[in-house]
Design a protein around this ligand. Structure first.
Ligand SMILES: [Zn+2]
Length: 115
């Protein structure tokens, strides 16, 4: 079993991890004998998939084709988005809550919003 890593953030994607896999192979058409390359698998973690899909189109025809496919997945069902948020909330839980307490020296005045 090969070790899969997210192509974008290089996070390890084990068998139990959620990910998006892109399979790619090349094949000759109208040429004899017909040749077929080995299939390659490219993986993205859910966060990178959603982040890529929400981002601007990449440069290059191949990148654009992959981007279209990922956008298709992200746009067709919220499950992938949920998977991305699931693992993201795991990270956020480790961060201190951004409440109003303990904000020493905060220059909040006049009800401005902070993001
Ligand atoms: Zn990633």
């Amino acid at each position: 079993m090969e070790n899969m890593h997210c192509l974008r953030c290089n996070r390890e994607l084990g068998t139990g991890n959620k990910s998006v896999a892109l399979y790619m192979f090349a094949q000759t058409v109208g040429i004899r004998p017909r040749q077929k390359s080995t299939a390659h698998r490219i993986s993205f973690c859910p966060q990178c998939s959603v982040s890529l899909a929400m981002g601007p189109p990449p440069e290059g025809a191949l990148n654009l084709a992959a981007w279209d496919m990922i956008r298709d997945l992200v746009g067709s069902d919220p499950a992938l988005n949920h998977a991305a948020w699931e693992s993201l909330s795991g990270v956020l839980a480790l961060l201190p809550a951004t409440g109003t307490d303990g904000a020493a020296g905060s220059t909040q005045s006049g009800g401005s919003f902070e993001f």
